[in-house]
Every structure is written in structure tokens, then in C-alpha cells.
Write a protein that binds this ligand. Structure first.
Ligand code: HSE
Length: 436
């Protein structure tokens, strides 16, 4: 059988990794796919293709539309990332009847509904395993391995750069900017690193996981996102004293009122497996009603780990090239006409526990005032620490852990606490999840 011809858009960290893996494992891959797989055409800004990647027989162009419009190409692998020209290229490839593999989480999270609709009309596959959690086959696990289950919730560390920064700051006391620069040099960070630091990259990935877990359309605009830039070493220390680690989590949970879809720093009990996932590693914990909790762990970024997911998608497509489109695994796991309209909840409708830290004058009655405000808003306290701080003369840090409360009630209580004249500055709040 003739080899499957792939067109590669982009030869950066992941593109290079994809060529390397296809070359190194060519024989095993052909045994799995039933056909050889060759990169026939590459779009790159480089003037010539680097040696050692097995691309000596490949054609090269600077214009990616040459690749998507080439009649010989059966599968287009889009590794540009971002919105345009990626969106136009993918839509043009679909229009031309080509299958698409992409690692582009922003594209799928924001434009996936439109892209899948078009792919369905044209009877082609758009595969995107590499878009979430790098090398971890989490899309395949959720879409196929767990398809017997009603998924109750999932929680994941799904941004490698953010986890790398938090781990290095905590373990080595390194500076935020310094670790971010290293993550960029290693090819982990997005081209705009604020996407990693402000939770947007994790928001894209969570949006995709939530749709596949619950069978709802992609709704990135309803995903709540907070990043890691406000986490201080004090909070890391106090959380540790209370028995918790701080991780940046994406959480999607089905409730009767709607679906929680949120990304934010989270206190997790230190003895949970996921609290011990460090560096660029990602992990996703999924709770299914039949299987119970399951966890998926691996490298969340980097050339070859992400290429592992890209190449697996290419192999999957090569295996089903001749199958009837109606009998393929649906893009969002559920049949397109069976997606649910269960709403995604606004953040102030979510219930969760909180860690609060505030600085107040160290005098009689302060604590009573604070606990009265919390009590008036039905917020019950789970644990409490008060620390005199050497740097703030006559002031104390007050740290509270609450029981599960409504986010809207908590917002009101925090506004009232911040209005007290004995309280200085803003109240720091970090959500707490037991993930039991
Ligand atoms: N910037 C992303 C991360 C790359 O750090 O997780 C993988 O999607």
C-alpha cells in the first residue's frame, strides 16, 4: 500500500518532534497503521529543511496554503497555534476534503463548534489529542476508554509552564520571571506567555475537556479563569501549615443546576496524588460513576511528548481512512445531534470552600467583627491561624479556611471585610478542593 502523505504546517518544537518520532519509529508505526506515513510537504519560514529529521524527500514552501491546497496531501497537521492563519488553513483543508490533526487548543476551544460542523459536512476527521495535556492521551481516555461512564467531575493540572513555575518557586525559591524565561527557552511556554500565567491556556484546555466529559458544545466564553500571578510565598507557606499544597487547577463538575467550568489556583490536601505532580508534568483526575476516580499523568508540554499525541492522531486517521464517516468516534465524544444544553454556571453560582488571608490591626474585637460578617453570610469556618507579622508593625495576618460556601455569598462577605477600617489591603482568597 502507498504511504499516507502528510502536510506539516510549522516546524517548531512540536513540528520537529513530530518529524523525529515519525522517522525514528517508522517501522513500528507502519505495522500499527497498516501503511507507511510520510511527511511529504512542509510549510516553514526556514529557507531549507533541517537535516536529521527524515525530511530529505519532502517538499518545502513558505506559503501554508500551498500545503492545504495540494492534491496529494491526505492529512494536514496544523502546528502554528493561535487564531489566524490557523483557522483559515484548517477550514480550507477541510473544504478540500483533507483530514486535520492539530495541537491548537485556542482554535478548538474558541472555533471548534464551527470547525466540527464543517468537518461533518465534508466527512473528514479533525483530531486534537495534542491540544490538551501534551503527551497524555486524555481525549482518547475520556472519549473512548470512559465512554460507559457518566462523568461526575474532572480536575487537572493542565498547564505545564504554570506548574513548572509554581514548583520551582516553592522548591528552590526561584524568582517568577527567571523560571518563566527558562520555560520559554525549553519551548514549554505559549508565544504569548500571559496565556500560561493568566490561566487562558488552561481555560482553552478545560473548555475542551468539559465538552467531551459532559457532551455539551464548546463554550470558552463561559469558562472562569484566574492565573498564578498573584500567588505569594506567604500563601504557599500558610497553606503548607494547614496541610495543603497550592496547584493551578482546571475543574469541570456536573451539578443539577449546571456545569462548573473554572480554572484557578486551588488548595489541595498535600496527601492527594495530584498535589504531588510537579514541574512541567500534567495530571488529570477524572471521576466516573462506574469506574470511580482515575488519574492520567505525563509530560504536558515539550517537543516529543506533544508529538507523541500528534503522531497517534495521524495513525488513528490512517487506520480509518476508508471507514464510513458516520461510524467514526464523534469529535466531542457524543453524537453531534445529542449534545446537551445543560448550562455552564456563572462563577457566583458555584459552591466551594475558601482559604482567606487578610492583614488587620492586632487589637481587641477585630476577629469578632470578621467572624460576625462571615456568620451573617452563612459562612462557616473550618480552620483559623493568626500570625503576628514582623514586617507590618502592630498588624497580624489572619488566615481562615471556610467550609463549602456559595461564591456569591463569599464575594459579599469579602467586600464587607475589606471595608472594615482595621483591615488593610485586599483579602487574598484561594479556593479549596478536597477532590475526595
Ligand atoms: N504552554 C503550554 C503549557 C504548552 O505550558 O502547558 C502545552 O499546551
Amino acid at each position: 500500500m502507498t504511504p499516507v502523505k502528510v502536510g506539516l504546517l510549522g516546524l517548531g518544537t512540536v513540528g520537529g518532534g513530530t518529524a523525529t518520532v515519525l522517522k525514528r519509529n517508522a517501522e513500528e508505526i507502519a505495522r500499527r497503521a497498516g501503511r507507511g506515513i510520510v511527511i511529504d510537504y512542509v510549510s516553514t519560514s526556514k529557507s531549507e529543511l533541517p537535516e536529521g529529521l527524515g525530511l530529505s524527500g519532502s517538499r518545502i514552501t513558505r506559503d501554508p496554503f500551498d500545503v492545504v491546497n495540494d492534491p496529494d496531501i491526505e492529512i494536514v497537521v496544523e502546528l502554528y497555534g493561535g487564531d489566524e492563519p490557523a483557522k483559515s488553513l484548517v477550514l480550507q483543508a477541510i473544504e478540500n476534503g483533507k483530514h486535520v490533526v492539530t495541537a491548537n487548543k485556542a482554535l478548538i476551544a474558541v472555533h471548534g463548534n464551527e470547525i466540527f460542523e464543517k468537518a461533518r459536512e465534508k466527512g473528514v476527521i479533525v483530531a486534537f489529542e495534542a491540544a490538551v495535556a501534551g503527551g497524555i492521551p486524555i481525549i482518547k481516555s475520556l472519549r473512548e476508554g470512559l465512554s460507559a461512564n457518566k462523568i461526575n467531575w474532572l480536575a487537572g493540572i493542565i498547564n505545564g509552564t504554570g506548574n513548572f513555575i509554581l514548583s520551582e518557586m516553592r522548591d528552590k525559591g526561584r524568582d517568577f520571571e527567571d523560571v518563566l524565561a527558562e520555560a520559554q527557552a525549553l519551548g514549554y511556554a505559549e508565544s504569548d506567555p500571559t496565556f500560561d500565567v493568566e490561566g487562558i491556556d488552561a481555560g482553552h484546555k478545560l473548555t475542551i475537556l468539559s465538552s467531551i466529559a459532559f457532551g455539551i458544545p464548546l463554550q470558552f466564553e463561559k469558562t472562569y479563569m484566574e492565573g498564578i500571578s498573584d500567588i505569594s510565598s506567604e500563601d504557599v507557606g500558610y497553606a503548607d501549615e494547614l496541610g495543603y499544597g497550592i496547584k493551578h487547577l482546571g475543574i469541570a463538575r456536573r451539578t443539577e443546576r449546571g456545569i462548573e467550568q473554572r480554572v484557578h489556583p486551588t488548595l489541595i490536601p498535600k496527601d492527594r496524588l495530584i498535589a504531588n505532580v510537579n514541574g512541567v508534568m500534567n495530571a488529570v483526575l477524572v471521576k466516573g460513576d462506574a469506574v470511580g476516580p482515575t488519574m492520567y499523568y505525563g509530560a504536558g508540554a515539550g517537543g516529543e511528548p506533544t508529538a507523541s499525541a500528534v503522531v497517534a492522531d495521524i495513525i488513528d486517521i490512517a487506520r480509518v481512512l476508508t471507514s464510513d464517516p458516520e461510524n467514526r468516534v464523534p469529535h466531542l465524544a457524543f453524537q453531534p445531534d445529542s449534545l446537551s444544553d445543560h448550562p455552564v454556571l456563572a462563577m457566583d453560582a458555584v459552591d466551594t470552600a475558601f482559604y482567606l488571608r487578610l492583614s488587620a490591626r492586632d487589637e481587641a474585637g477585630v476577629l469578632a467583627n470578621i467572624t460576625r460578617i462571615l456568620g451573617d453570610d452563612n459562612i462557616s469556618i473550618e480552620a483559623f491561624i493568626q500570625k503576628e507579622t514582623s514586617k507590618t508593625n502592630g498588624k497580624a495576618d489572619i488566615i481562615l479556611l471556610t467550609k463549602v460556601v456559595n461564591e456569591g455569598d463569599m464575594n459579599q462577605a469579602i467586600a464587607k471585610i475589606e471595608a472594615l477600617d482595621v483591615v488593610t489591603g485586599k483579602v487574598t482568597r484561594i479556593r479549596v478542593e478536597n477532590l475526595g
